[in-house]
Design a protein around this ligand. Structure first.
Ligand SMILES: Nc1nc2c(ncn2[C@@H]2O[C@H](COP(=O)(O)OP(=O)(O)O)[C@@H](O)[C@H]2O)c(=O)[nH]1
Ligand SMILES: [Mg+2]
Length: 383
């Protein structure tokens, strides 16, 4: 997982390297200032950061300052009680909404959960087509309508259908731009209202949508902040996903985005494939940046692999292999060899794939789609 984020932050880390080619024990305040500005941390925040630090800065001092930027009092809503758990995805055109919806859907599916998509970006025909194509590719049902039709009606139908079928998740796409900003605000507010009609609050759950997620384009760096504020004013945003981190040297903008918006960052997008979405962990993020500056290794990670668990997927111990067999067995699969499993119910054979980037073992079907995945941490066994 750690190396996956590192891959996503490659350009940011390269920029740090070109500014400070030699890793060191301590960094001078001025060098640090330059480096943070290059990584697109806003000027004001850079000033605040360095103010609190001594003339020469040690890793642990910088770590403490940077990690504190992610600590604020905010509720991080996780899918639990509600069924279906409804997520509304908003953001400007091109931010990566539709792609991120596919990634989220894929993630839930991999976890064995059912997902329904709602194509409520009815403003452009291409937007509907794009989500339909993903739905087909991932084999996930979708509710859609013709271009120009009411996006709220699509959201309503998607939620109703998911309720009727007992689905776990609904993810709703939206338009990023209409004729005017006021139109967009009105439309988003209406979708939120209609979602809550389709799924009102109960004694133990809130009304839909349960999570309103803003998608921000990481390549825009800290200039995405004002955009985010505009969306926050239209509807209450619960959290953010930052896309295209792989394509930018502006990774430092995440510090400013977190500090200014005080919203949880749920995931970051690090590529165009359905798998390229990773949960955002501030500790990992800060350590990845610090690893590029300092000689000293990050204290809470295992130095050689940087992983938080000791599972080498390519060389499982006997105990880890037994754990994998047990997990497969629970899901109705028999382990045939190191490379194949069979489905006990259908007799079908599937290939096992070690995905080191995602740090998981995957069961793949003939088309290469992931049927089920087991994360390395799940295989960690004591002793
Ligand atoms: N490299 C990279 N490209 C991305 C990522 N997320 C989205 N994209 C690309 O950004 C473009 C716009 O994405 P799209 O989902 O259509 O944006 P939308 O208009 O907000 O729905 C597409 O070409 C996507 O493939 C990401 O994390 N990394
Ligand atoms: Mg779209």
């Amino acid at each position: 997982m750690f190396s996956f984020l590192k891959k996503g932050l490659k350009k940011t880390v390269e920029t740090i390297h070109s500014n400070a080619p030699v890793k060191r024990e301590k960094i001078g305040r001025e060098d640090l200032e330059d480096l943070l500005l290059e990584a697109d941390v806003t000027y004001d925040l850079v000033e605040t950061i360095v103010e609190s630090l001594p003339e020469t800065v040690k890793r642990i001092q910088l770590y403490n300052t940077l990690i504190s930027l992610f600590i604020y009092d905010v509720e991080k809503i996780e899918p639990k009680g509600e069924k279906p758990f409804v997520e509304l995805i908003v953001g400007v055109n091109g931010a990566g909404k539709t792609t991120t919806i596919a990634k989220l859907a894929q993630r839930y599916k991999t976890e064995g959960e059912t997902v329904m998509l709602g194509a409520s970006d009815t403003f452009r025909a291409a937007a509907i087509e794009q989500l339909k194509t993903w739905a087909e590719k991932l084999d996930i049902p979708i509710v859609y309508t013709k271009q120009g039709h009411d996006p709220s009606a699509v959201a309503y139908d998607a939620i109703s259908s998911a309720k009727a079928k007992g689905f776990d998740h609904v993810i709703i796409d939206t338009a990023g731009r209409l004729h005017t900003q006021t139109n967009l605000a009105e439309e988003l507010k209406k979708i939120v209202r209609v979602c809550s009609k389709a799924m009102p609050a109960t004694d133990h759950s809130k009304p839909a949508p349960h999570r309103k997620i803003l998608i921000l384009d990481g390549t825009q760096g800290n200039s995405a902040i004002n955009q985010a504020k505009a969306f926050k004013e239209m509807i209450d945003i619960d959290g953010i996903i930052i896309t295209k981190l792989d394509g930018t040297a502006k990774g430092g903008a995440l510090f400013s985005i977190a500090e200014e918006l005080k919203l949880p960052i749920y995931y970051v997008g690090v590529g165009e494939r359905a798998e390229d979405l990773i949960p955002f962990d501030p500790k990992e993020f800060v350590n990845t940046i610090l690893d590029a500056i300092f000689i000293e290794e990050s204290p809470d990670m295992i130095p050689s692999s940087g992983k938080t668990h000791q599972v080498d997927l390519k060389a499982l111990t006997d105990a880890q292999l037994a754990r994998l067999e047990e997990l497969l067995d629970n899901d109705g699969f028999n382990l045939l060899s190191k490379h194949f499993v069979s489905d006990r119910a259908t007799g079908e054979t599937y290939r096992l794939n070690i995905n080191e980037n995602a740090d998981q073992i995957e069961i793949l079907d003939k088309d290469g789609s992931i049927v089920r995945a087991y994360r390395a941490e799940e295989l960690a066994v004591n002793g």
